[in-house]
Design a protein around this ligand. Structure first.
Ligand SMILES: [Zn+2]
Length: 338
C-alpha cells in the first residue's frame, strides 16, 4: 500500500510502505474511512521538531475493523470505530482516573495517513459507533479522534461551567473546537482570540460571543478591559508557544483556571510568575479516550458538527498539498480520503 512519510523539513511523500500486520494478540487492523493532517504534524514539517529518520505520519483515524488479534474481545471485524493518538488499555490506575493518555501501557499510534492502520490495545482504545455511519457524518466522527477530544479536554481541564467568562487562545482547529466545547459545557460568554476572518466566523458559529484580535500584552489588556479589570475565569491555551502560554496565564483572574493543550515548544515558566499569578494550571496530551463515548454520542445525535473545521478535502495521495495548505494557513484543517 501507499502511505505518508515525512523525510525532513517540508519533505512529505506518499510512497510505498509495508502493510500493517497484527503483531500482538491485542492489536486490530482498521481500514480508514478518513484521516487528516494535525496542527502538531506541522511542527516537524516545519523543522521545529527534529526528524531523525523517515517517519510515517498521521494519528487521527476512524474506519472499519478489518482484522483483530486473538486476545481482542470486544472489538469485532466490520465495526466502525474511532480511536485516539495514544493507545491505552483503559484498565490501569491512570486510565481509571481518566488519564488514558498517561496509560501505563500506552503506545503512540502513528502512520494513520494511510489506507490501513494497526491499533494496539484495541479493546481499550477503540470505541465503536452504534452502526456504520452515513458518509456525511464521517468528518464529524473523525474530529472526535483528536481535535474535538483535545478542545474538549481544554474546557474540561479549565473547569468550564455556566456563569464563567472563558477565553480561548488559538484559532486553529483545536482552539475553535475548544470554543464549541465550552459552549456545550454551558458557559454563556466566550472570548475567542483570532485575527483571521474565516476562523473568527467559525468561532462565532461554534459559540464565541466576542472576538479579540490583539495578541501578547495588548491581548491581555483587551481581556482585562472586557472583564472590568478582573481577568477571565478560565483561559484555554491551544497553541503551545511562550507568548500564548504567558498570555493565557496573565489573562486569568486570581483563582481562575488555565488549561494548556498545545504541544509546548520552548516554553519556560518562571516560578515567580506562577507564584504571583494565583491560577490553577492543568493540561497535557488530551485523554481523548475518556471523552470519546460522549463525543460520539453528541455527533451521532447531530447536536454538534465539529467536522466544520475541515475546510479542505483531498484524496489521500494529495496529502502533501494538505500539509502545504495548512502550513501557509490557507486551510484550517485538511481531511484526507483514502
Ligand atoms: Zn491504562
Amino acid at each position: 500500500m501507499q502511505g505518508t512519510v515525512l523525510y525532513g523539513t517540508g519533505d512529505i511523500r506518499f510512497e510505498d510502505v509495508p502493510e500493517p500486520k497484527i503483531t500482538k494478540p491485542t492489536d486490530a487492523i482498521i481500514r480508514l474511512e478518513a484521516t487528516c493532517v494535525c496542527g502538531s504534524d506541522l511542527w516537524s514539517y516545519r523543522g521545529i521538531g527534529p526528524v531523525s529518520q523517515p517517519t510515517p505520519m498521521g494519528h487521527e483515524y476512524c474506519g472499519i475493523v478489518e482484522e483483530v488479534g486473538n486476545a481482542v474481545k470486544t472489538v469485532k471485524p466490520g465495526q466502525f470505530v474511532i480511536g485516539s493518538f495514544f493507545a491505552s488499555d483503559n484498565t490501569c490506575p491512570h486510565c481509571n482516573f481518566g488519564y488514558q493518555s498517561s496509560c501505563q501501557e500506552r503506545e503512540f499510534v502513528g502512520g494513520a495517513q494511510a489506507p490501513l492502520l494497526r491499533v494496539p490495545l484495541a479493546d481499550g482504545t477503540l470505541v465503536p459507533t452504534p452502526e456504520v455511519p452515513a458518509k456525511e457524518m464521517i468528518p464529524n466522527l473523525l474530529a472526535t479522534s483528536d481535535v474535538l477530544g483535545t478542545g474538549w479536554f481544554a474546557a474540561d481541564a479549565a473547569k468550564v461551567k455556566p456563569g464563567m467568562t472563558v477565553v480561548v487562545v488559538g484559532d486553529g482547529a483545536v482552539g475553535l473546537l475548544a470554543v464549541l466545547s465550552a459552549r456545550q459545557m454551558g458557559t454563556e460568554r466566550i472570548i475567542a482570540m483570532s485575527r483571521h476572518k474565516k476562523r473568527q466566523k467559525l468561532a462565532l458559529e461554534f459559540g464565541a460571543t466576542e472576538i479579540v484580535t490583539e495578541r501578547g500584552d495588548e491581548g491581555v489588556a483587551r481581556v482585562k478591559d472586557l472583564t472590568k479589570g478582573v481577568g477571565a475565569d478560565a483561559v484555554l491555551e491551544c497553541v503551545g508557544t511562550q507568548e500564548s502560554m504567558m498570555q493565557a496565564i496573565r489573562s486569568t483572574r486570581p483563582g481562575g483556571y488555565v488549561s494548556y493543550v498545545g504541544v509546548p515548544h520552548d516554553i519556560e515558566l518562571k516560578g515567580e510568575d506562577l507564584f504571583f499569578a494565583h491560577v490553577h494550571l492543568h493540561g497535557g496530551p488530551a485523554p481523548v479516550r475518556r471523552f470519546l463515548p460522549k463525543l460520539i454520542d453528541l455527533v451521532w445525535g447531530e447536536r454538534i458538527h465539529p467536522g466544520k473545521v475541515f475546510d479542505l478535502s483531498l484524496p489521500l495521495d494529495q496529502v502533501a498539498e494538505g500539509y502545504r495548505a495548512m502550513d501557509e494557513r490557507r486551510a484550517i484543517k485538511a481531511i484526507l480520503q483514502p
